[in-house]
Design a protein around this ligand. Structure first.
Ligand SMILES: Cc1ncc(C[n+]2csc(CCOP(=O)(O)OP(=O)(O)O)c2C)c(N)n1
Ligand SMILES: [Mg+2]
Length: 363
């Protein structure tokens, strides 16, 4: 069992891994996964396609077509593994980087681009996809997620909630408060922390003196660290934690140990605060390369399959670019229509003021 609250603070952290960086399948006493060759190929396809979505988005931002983009590069396995563990009835609360989870929830990636292009305020219906809108205010979504989890608990639903957040977010009051609420109300929630080692330019050492997953024991629920670049382990561990939540066993903290291979966002230059050798070391743990190696070694895929996924990724990228550029610019007054569901006197006043201001340019 990897979760062990009795372990001393100085004991080395354990990590659930089912697939090594070299693509070797390894056993774990508590976690196993039994996937058909088709399912493994499907996971590979997911990983490659979301990386392609991300690459296209970064390029679009560089060309001035998006205001900003937060890349998921390196975190594909954490997101696809956990995202594919969800059932349709489960509800996910993302930060701003969960493009892989959005993919698993069938959110059209062009809607993600719309948000960062300033064309929409989210662009998808959270209820339709059971995927909440992106949240920029660090950690706040964990409170929303616990509230939601307590709601479905009272409804008696056969569902769980998952809240995504980063290593830096664990220092926020909101996250710690959400842990307490989830714990004492035994809420059906999985806290999925992608520890990508950095919170913009702040390294992990500035957030914690112990491995993050061990914090859970202080709140009274299990914590577990998983290899966040291993899609099998992320799937197995998240599946189990969601099952426990649905069965009334309360929350789990999963720390997916991974690495942000790109910049924090396109406004950031990581070469100013981290050394190149760190990135080089993590490149050897790439989530896609290890699954590709596994597929090859076990003769689950041939070159034709890899080529077909690559071709699909190219088509997806081109299609995404075309549809992004085709998105109509919103009218300048539209922003006022999306503040409240109904009319509001203050918003109406502000709208009228802004309309008068715009009219000043028309003569
Ligand atoms: C409440 C709040 N404080 C500060 C910020 C500015 N900010 C944006 S991202 C970020 C770092 C978040 O790091 P982490 O939680 O590790 O997530 P990551 O971006 O690495 O995925 C900060 C401080 C914010 N958006 N919200
Ligand atoms: Mg981080």
């Amino acid at each position: 069992m990897t979760v062990d609250a009795s372990r001393g603070a100085d004991a080395p952290p354990e990590l659930v891994q089912l697939l090594t960086p070299e693509g070797e399948r390894v056993e774990h006493p508590d976690y196993d996964i039994d996937l058909t060759p088709e399912e493994v190929r499907s996971l590979y396809r997911d990983l490659v396609l979301v990386r392609r979505v991300d690459l296209e988005a970064v390029a679009l931002q560089r060309q001035g077509e998006l205001g900003i983009w937060a890349s998921l590069l390196g975190q594909e396995a954490a997101q696809i593994g956990s995202g594919r563990a969800l059932t349709d009835a489960d509800m996910a609360f993302p930060t701003y980087r969960e493009h892989g989870v959005a993919w698993c929830r069938d959110v059209d990636p062009v809607n993600l681009l719309g948000l960062f292009r300033g064309v929409n305020h989210g662009g998808w219906d959270p209820a339709e996809h059971n995927f909440h809108l992106y949240t920029i205010v660090i950690g706040s979504q964990t409170l929303h997620a616990v509230g939601y989890a307590m709601g479905i608990q009272r409804d008696g639903a056969n569902a769980a909630t998952i809240a995504y957040f980063g290593d830096g977010a664990t220092s926020q009051g909101d996250v710690n408060e959400s842990f307490i609420w989830a714990s004492v109300f035994n809420a059906p929630i999985v806290f999925f922390c992608q520890n990508n080692q950095w919170a913009i330019s702040e390294p992990l050492e500035k957030q914690t003196r112990i491995p993050l997953y061990r914090r859970a024991s202080g709140f009274g629920f299990p914590g577990i660290r998983v290899d966040g670049n291993d899609v099998f382990a992320c799937l197995a561990v998240t599946r189990q934690a969601l099952r426990n939540a649905r069965e009334g066993q309360g929350p789990t903290l999963i720390e997916a140990f991974t690495y942000r291979m790109g910049a924090h966002t396109t406004t950031d230059d990581p070469t100013r605060y981290r050394v190149a050798s760190e990135l080089e070391a993590w490149k050897l743990k790439d989530p896609i390369e290890r699954l590709k190696a596994y597929l090859f070694k076990n003769e689950l895929a041939d070159q034709a399959f890899l080529d077909s996924v690559e071709a699909e990724a190219e088509d997806l990228g081109a299609d995404l670019r075309r549809r992004c550029l085709e998105m109509p610019d919103p009218g300048p007054l539209d922003i006022f229509d999306h503040v409240y569901t109904g009319s509001h006197a203050l918003i109406a006043e502000e709208r009228a003021q802004y309309a008068a201001y715009l009219e000043g340019f028309e003569s």
